[in-house]
Write a protein that binds this ligand. Structure first.
Ligand SMILES: *[C@@H]1O[C@H](CO)[C@@H](O)[C@H](O)[C@H]1NC(C)=O
Ligand SMILES: *[C@@H]1O[C@H](CO)[C@@H](O)[C@H](O)[C@H]1NC(C)=O
Length: 426
């Protein structure tokens, strides 16, 4: 699919610096590698659960899950057993009805090799711990999962007197001990990477059998390992890379890609725009002070003019000001307490959403990319009801720009600065 996305200059003054093309870079190191992200349509994260997952992760209290729901809305039952299990790579072509109804509910999984063992894991730019489900855990936690077997790795080393515990704000958590082992991603290898070995995880991680752990790609300062933070895989590998970057290209149609160490010019069109990152909270956080809905005027973001780029969150979570302005332009859109978010008739034409990237640039997310999932039937009209990919950051001090936003862009996570660079994907 060709994306109708444009990066528009707000200030013509900045054009000169932008026009400098991404020229050949000095070849200090020659390493770069890429990892495919595979879309998994057998993962049933219906909209509300994607939202509560995001809220859990950032410790945001949901706006409201109580109250009378709409009588004209009958939610689909999300039965995991009804959803087919498909092969990793070509599943976007499946015609199964059950898979279709949830086909926009995606997470992206990449294979990581730990001590020679391949484990599908989630890459997460919104956290900084690497942890993996493992064979030391009680079987009730790991049923249906592909786990890491420390006892079968000749390079595994326990780390004495070390443990970790991540608590995502409410009931969700992971805790256990810490080890080191050799980790390879796309052929690039770090020996003695610190890895959390949970002894227990909360239910959400048990039920998502497609992912067996996380590879945290936020800043190492956020790492929760005790007695002190350890470096992420990216921080460990960066000195060996041609450039200290990784890029994400999430294809809404199927397989996306992470690439470490190089900015592949064949993956984007136009110019990369460079936005400065504030790493003080540990996130890939940047200013976003303006927004516009459709062809409407740019307005100031009142409460939280800052956002993080988070590959580990499916949705785009914005302040209530933006949310209300956006769904105010969608006929018959409304907040559904039982869904915990905005729903609208799937037949609606969604407007685009424009957000500022730093002080000089803006990106426009086409309305078609803001549709997230079909979640039910309108009992009055018989039409399908959709759950929006744009939902509330519920008073959080930052907005969370997850896959709904990142899917629209080619993104460079750059240690230099640090900074993020954005362009239209090819
Ligand atoms: C169902 O359709 C009616 C009539 O168009 C509309 O007023 C109502 O908002 C719709 N409900 C939902 C949940 O979309
Ligand atoms: C972005 O800016 C930083 C510093 O301001 C620079 O070091 C880095 O190379 C730039 N990144 C890209 C992709 O141009």
């Amino acid at each position: 699919m060709r994306l109708l996305l444009s990066l528009i200059l707000l200030l013509p003054l900045s054009y000169d610096s932008l026009a400098a093309p991404t020229a050949l870079r000095p070849q200090r190191k020659s390493r770069s590698f890429r990892v495919e992200r595979v879309r998994r349509s057998d993962y049933v994260a219906h909209g509300p659960s994607a939202l509560s997952k995001a809220h859990r992760k950032f410790g945001i209290a949901p706006t409201s899950f109580t109250g009378v729901d709409l009588s004209d809305f009958e939610p689909y039952e999300v039965a995991k057993s009804a959803v087919l299990t498909t092969k990793d790579s070509d599943d976007d072509q499946t015609g199964e009805v059950a898979a279709k109804s949830v086909q926009n509910n995606v997470e992206f999984i990449s294979t990581v090799t730990i001590g020679g063992q391949n484990v599908p894991m989630d890459f997460d730019t919104g956290s900084a711990d690497m942890w993996v489900l493992n064979s030391n855990m009680d079987p009730s936690y790991i049923q249906g999962h592909t786990v890491y077997h420390p006892d079968k790795s000749s390079t595994y080393k326990a780390v004495e007197n070390s443990n970790f515990e991540i608590s995502y704000g409410d009931s969700s958590w992971v805790k256990g001990t810490v080890c080191t082992d050799t980790v390879s991603i796309g052929g690039a290898t770090i020996t003695d990477q610190f890895i959390g070995l949970p002894s227990a995880v909360s239910q959400a991680f048990v039920s998502d059998t497609n992912s067996n752990g996380l590879v945290g790609l936020a800043f190492s300062s956020m790492n929760t390992f005790q007695p002190g933070p350890q470096k992420t895989f990216f921080d460990n590998i960066a000195p060996d890379l041609e450039e200290p970057v990784f890029t994400s290209l999430l294809r809404s149609g199927g397989i996306g890609e992470y690439e470490f160490g190089a900015i592949d010019q064949s993956k984007y069109t136009g110019t990369l725009v460079n936005v400065s990152v504030d790493p003080s909270n540990g996130y890939w956080q940047f200013d976003t002070k303006l927004f516009a809905v459709g062809s409407g005027p740019l307005q100031s973001v009142a409460d939280t003019p800052t956002a993080i780029a988070d590959t580990g969150t499916s949705l785009m979570l914005v302040s209530d000001q933006i949310l209300n302005a956006y769904y105010g332009q969608v006929e018959n859109a409304r907040y559904s307490p039982s869904s915990g978010g905005y729903i609208y008739p799937c037949s609606a034409d969604l407007p685009s959403l424009t957000v500022a990237l730093g002080d000089k640039y803006q990106a426009t997310i086409p309305g078609s990319m803001i549709k997230f999932a079909e979640v039910g039937t309108n009992t009055t009209t018989g039409g399908t009801v959709c759950y929006g990919g744009l939902q509330s950051s519920s008073g959080s001090s930052m907005m969370v720009f997850g896959d709904v936003f990142l899917k629209a862009l080619f993104v460079v996570f750059d240690q230099r600065g640090p900074s993020l660079a954005f362009a239209s994907p090819k």
